[in-house]
Design a protein around this ligand. Structure first.
Ligand code: XMP
Length: 310
């Protein structure tokens, strides 16, 4: 495929479709929404409003990092502070599906839906790719009707349009386009990170305190394993406690699981054979996090396990 031509065609198409109106999109920092943002701004400039929602579930420094990446490219992104909305929606929830639903609903209905309506934009840019469509058709993914998700009935609210410039591409194509658009390597080579963010890595209730624990563990895992070239690596906070000993005192502490996998498309995965010295260092650093006294390495491939824990 001629990706230069693809970019030209999509830019022309976006300009033709949006005309002198305005469009809006949400940037998560992942490669798909980053490419849509860069492509959209190339086509529409100030007619496109891009928002980044701080949902309290991000990794250490992530909102600042994403905003800086785009401001370095001359693309303005508006940071929308919505931490309380997400934390209160997650309060008391322990069921994995309910937690995922709470994150999705808060994002689309409460936060982004309101922004779309307030912005007066008639066009919504979305980073749907071919794989998303195929997996929805195959029943692997839930149906993502973005307008329905933001609480807009396209029949009643006549005039809303969803534009999906990447819907003909798979991930490798998106990465090619990302490079041509000069997105930095931290975006194009970013390891997969789930939509529900750190909420997918906390078994049990998501609280600010538990988020801080898994966030600290995630930072350690990403730092120690960045050089492995593995497909994905992550930290998970379990809902169990175990007895340990610190400063000669018995304590009932939290448990972090480290997961590191080899895969091509995340549909199946094998566990990375990490050197013992790396595992040892991980364990030492992770048990230095306040309240954590055990660190486990997950040996389970997918299937039967999934990559995430929630
Ligand atoms: P599982 O846990 O289903 O994950 O084996 C497979 C791959 O998908 C990522 N993942 C998600 N990505 N939204 C995303 O964009 C999600 O809700 C989501 N859940 C899981 C996961 O990190 C892994 O790479």
């Amino acid at each position: 495929m001629d990706y230069e031509a693809f970019i030209r065609e999509q830019v022309d198409e976006l300009r033709r479709t949006v005309g002198d109106q305005t469009a809006i999109n949400a940037l998560s920092g992942g490669v798909d929404s980053s490419v849509v943002t860069a492509l959209g701004h190339q086509a529409l400039g100030r007619q496109l409003k891009t928002v980044f929602v701080d949902n309290a579930l991000m990794r250490e420094g992530e909102p600042q990092r994403v905003l800086k990446t785009f401001s370095d490219m001359g693309i303005p992104v508006e940071l929308v502070e919505a931490r309380r909305d997400f934390l209160s929606a997650l309060k008391g929830l322990t069921d994995p599906e309910q937690k995922r639903q709470a994150v999705t609903d808060t994002f689309y209905k409460t936060v982004f839906g309101k922004l779309v309506r307030q912005s007066g934009a008639r066009f919504l840019l979305h980073g749907t790719i071919l794989t998303d469509i195929e997996e929805t058709v195959a029943g692997i993914k839930r149906q993502h009707n973005i307008l329905a998700q933001v609480g807009i009935d396209p029949e009643k609210a006549y005039g809303y349009h969803v534009l999906e410039p990447l819907k003909g591409l798979r991930k490798d194509g998106v990465r090619e386009v990302a490079q041509l658009l000069r997105l930095p390597a931290e975006v194009t080579r970013r390891i997969p990170f789930p939509g529900p963010a750190l909420a997918a890595r906390i078994v049990g209730e998501v609280t600010e305190e538990r988020l801080a624990t898994v966030r600290a563990a995630t930072a350690i895992v990403e730092e120690e394993l960045a050089g492995t070239g593995a497909f994905q690596y992550l930290a998970v906070l379990l809902n169990d406690y175990a007895t340990g000993i610190r400063n000669n005192k018995r304590e009932f502490g939290q448990i972090i699981v480290v997961r590191c996998i080899e895969s091509t498309d995340a549909r199946t995965a094998d566990v990375t054979e990490l050197p013992w010295s790396t595992l040892h260092r991980l364990s030492e650093r992770i048990t230095g996090i306040p309240g954590v006294n055990r660190c486990l390495y997950d040996l389970t491939p997918k299937p039967p396990a999934t990559v995430e824990y929630v």
